[in-house]
Design a protein around this ligand. Sequence first.
Ligand code: SIN
Length: 332
Amino acid sequence: MNNTTRAGARHVVILGTGGTISGRAASADDNIGYTAGEVGVADLLVGIEAPAGIALVAEQVAQVDSKDMDFAVWQALVSRCAHWLAQPDVVGIVITHGTDTLEETAYFLQAVLSPDKPVVLTCAMRPATALSPDGPQNVRDGIVVAATPGARGVCAVCAGTVHSALDVKKVHTYRLDAFASGDAGPIGYVEEGAVRPVRSWPEARAAGSQAAVDKIAAVTAVPRIEIVVSHAGAGGAMVDALMASPTAHEKTGPLRGLVIAATGNGTVHHVLEAAALRAQAAGVAVVRATRCVEGRILARPGESLRDAGALTPVKARIALMLELLGLPRAER
Ligand code: SIN
């Protein structure tokens, strides 16, 4: 299951990054009191049979609880995905990942790679040590999707459902079927080792993605972008504080971007809006993204702060980061 045994077969590469799927608890009936990111990716494959004609290659890229996901891991993932996707014998990639920021990594990888082969993020809601862990079936389903002819783009597979990177969102704190695709609906379902698609796969980038891959590899300072929520009684103090302390912050440099997690169809409390407009006037890129669970912002004429369309606040933050790095964002 490594690079030296690759002769003569079609391969699916499994990249491990940590998460609950590789979590370990002290007792088998504990599904929440575990430490994420402990079991190695090769061990996650024990007992999982690859589809006929497919051999598996395992590689550990990171071992983190995905609440701590950061740009350095994304850089490593982009680099390893680009490497493996370029190999003619590799038909697809599966990335094992924590559920908490899976949608962010998926969106980032789709925007940067737009691959013409499948890159499948999968996960688990129960640790590997659980009485009845969900990880092994999710990994097996992820491998099935990665080996499916015609599949392409970055997607997520969880509880037998295939979600596009653009639409996927964690919607439940505990249920095994923790993800949804909102209005768009899933790409398809995995049933008994076969994919039943119900809509098309994400588009691959016609011109290829090498320039974007190179650009991500070269990033040394990630533009600082923060998310501020508009809510009943919201004020401007958060934005003013972010503007006033441009360098005395653990993150890199001054504030470059601001995502307002806006109410409803992109509305913002008038006091927060005034602060956001001051930030925009001072050169900060400001975007409104709806905090609603479903739907998109329908643009209205005369808005002074641009909107993120269907992107959630966390995905809008990544889109803005890519824009500030001079890279295309992913959208439908
Ligand atoms: C994580 O996101 O790494 C922990 C939670 C999970 O995977 O469900």
